[in-house]
Write a protein that binds this ligand. Sequence first.
Ligand code: SME
Length: 155
Amino acid sequence: MAEKLKIATGDKEARYALLYEQMVAILAGEEDQVARMANAAAMIHHTFGFFWTGFYRVIGEELVLGPFQGPLACMRIRYGRGVCGTAWKERRSIVVPDVEKFPGHIACSTLSRSEIVVPMVRDEEVCGVLDIDSETLATFDETDRVWLEKIVAII
Ligand code: SME
């Protein structure tokens, strides 16, 4: 567990495959959800060098900021608001190639240009979301969606 994260240098598919394998090993035996989210955010973030990578947890009627890597972010997002609140409401992953074209997008930073949000589901309910922002347009595609859904399923 003390060893450094190996960062794959291949294509996106290869990077996710190694990331997933390492995440399974690193999260094994840790039951605390915040600890799991914290290391998952760090691993995803540093594998790809994203702008912002983090979790929001459903608490009551809002998403509340959880473990993340990157600059300061908004702390609470209401149900159905922004990309995160929409992913929660619609219970589906949302890939946003250009945040300026997403109605109601919440700009935590003006540097963010594209985004992906993947809901975390426990006992049929959304319990949080994984949110990743990129400084580049159209960073995320189906490969990201499929792998990130696989990743949130083990957190
Ligand atoms: N852009 C998100 C808000 C969270 S920040 O990107 C970290 C949204 O529209 O929900």
